[in-house]
Design a protein around this ligand. Structure first.
Ligand code: NDP
Ligand code: GDR
Length: 344
């Protein structure tokens, strides 16, 4: 039986990856940081929080000794580093914390692998945010990086350290450059979930208006469950490498808003420009969406679209779920939760 460490087990991807690996018969060491209130709702939603092969252990990615002990205790065959301060907007206000967790944190794990179990395989959760101010379209493994946020810069450091440990110490250390991936388990502050949660509340008469930032940003959005399958395949490959995982389709935030309202039979008409733009319900003439510059970022990533051909050729991986399917799934989940007063 194989064993795997998953850092960030309480997050969106950590929950889906745990579920996948448990199904495959792994022992999963779910590394979670101590917080004053327990944060296991995603593992609960997937029905795995009490699984006999899920071992939850206290861990903080910024603590080198904790990383050493985690490797010594688990003797894991595979280590998936999914923990991060992962919210781009917050990284502008907390650049040092973001650097410590999202950047240096990865090196604590790489050091622990190098010292305790050099034959373990390591997965680093790299990101399309590293492309930032994109220079070519679509983005591939060869596209130059130009991060536009402290988060993107920290991730780029961790990305290069992963490559460096592979080249310097012959560790099986790989990265997936994953484009945005969403699900009903997405954190509520990220734009897709903020939208589907608000649409559900508006439909249920529990909220009047949705306020958003830049509606013109374009993202390549996929389904998180498809993407964790890609992470696992990356570590089953013959050799360590870097892979882009993406859908090769890009839409604006405004398109996603339209799609989410359509899922509850509301259509919108857009009026105004930039900070004055509003979305009006065509049936009732009520303003349901408004731009609030408070949600703008100091520097924006305007356009992301990925080409996952390498992952298809080498790993046999493709994104299966369409954006329409993903959006409906998220809206339905939020309708169900919010009707029961159980929003997360
Ligand atoms: P989430 O924000 O949902 O989860 C982040 C996880 O990291 C949480 O479990 C959080 O714990 C944990 N964490 C934060 N700080 C620490 C710390 N100091 N020590 C230990 N754990 C910590 O992210 P996702 O699941 O969406 O993403 C997973 C990874 O993939 C992240 O690294 C993210 O940056 C990266 N990524 C995500 C993409 C996406 O579109 N989702 C795309 C590309 C990359 P807690 O619950 O206590 O907050
Ligand atoms: P992103 O995701 O920054 O791409 O990072 P997010 O959903 O936060 O933003 C996507 C785009 O939407 C615009 N936007 C808003 N964003 C938020 N959160 N709230 C708003 O109100 C809003 N209005 C407009 C943003 O400006 C942006 O352009 C995610 C994270 O999961 C990262 O960890 C991951 O690495 C990348 O995806 C790939």
């Amino acid at each position: 039986m194989k064993s795997a460490v998953i850092t960030g087990v309480t997050g969106q991807d950590g929950a889906y990856l745990s579920s996948l690996l448990l199904e495959k018969g792994y022992t999963v060491w779910g590394a979670l940081r101590r917080t004053s209130s327990v944060n296991l709702w995603r593992l609960k939603e997937l029905g795995i929080d009490q699984h006999e092969n899920l071992k939850l252990v206290d861990f903080d990615l910024t603590d080198p000794g904790a990383a050493m002990r985690l490797m010594a205790q688990s003797q894991a065959d595979e280590v998936y580093n999914l923990a991060a301060q992962s919210f781009v907007g917050v990284s502008f206000d907390q650049p040092v914390t973001t650097g410590k967790i999202t950047g240096l944190g990865a090196v604590n794990l790489l050091e622990a692998i190098r010292t305790i179990k050099p034959e373990a395989r390591f997965y680093q959760a790299s990101t399309s945010e590293m492309f930032g101010k994109v220079q070519t379209v679509p983005q591939t493994e060869e596209t130059p990086f130009y991060p536009r946020s402290p988060y993107g810069v920290a991730k780029l450091y961790a990305h290069w350290m992963t490559i460096n440990y592979q080249e310097s110490f012959d560790i099986f250390a790989s990265s997936g450059i994953l484009f945005n991936h969403e699900s009903p388990l997405r954190g509520i502050e990220f734009v897709t979930r903020k939208i589907t949660d608000a649409v559900a509340n508006i439909k249920l008469g529990q909220q009047d208006i949705l306020e958003l930032g830049n509606l013109d940003a374009k993202r390549d959005w996929g389904y998180a469950k498809d993407y964790v399958e890609g992470m696992w395949r990356i570590l089953q490959s013959d050799k360590p490498d870097t892979f882009v995982l993406a859908t090769n389709r890009t839409e604006t935030v405004r398109d996603f808003v339209d799609m989410a309202f359509k899922a509850v039979d509301i259509s919108l008409e857009w009026q105004g420009k930039e900070e004055h733009e509003i979305g009006i319900c065509t049936a009732t003439n009520k303003t349901l969406v408004r731009v609030n510059p408070q949600f703008y970022r100091p520097a924006e990533v305007e356009l992301l679209i990925g080409d996952a051909s390498k992952a298809k050729d080498i790993l046999g991986w493709t994104a299966e779920t369409t954006l329409e399917q993903l959006c409906s799934m998220m809206v339905e989940a939020d309708l169900r939760r919010n009707a029961n007063g159980r929003g997360y």
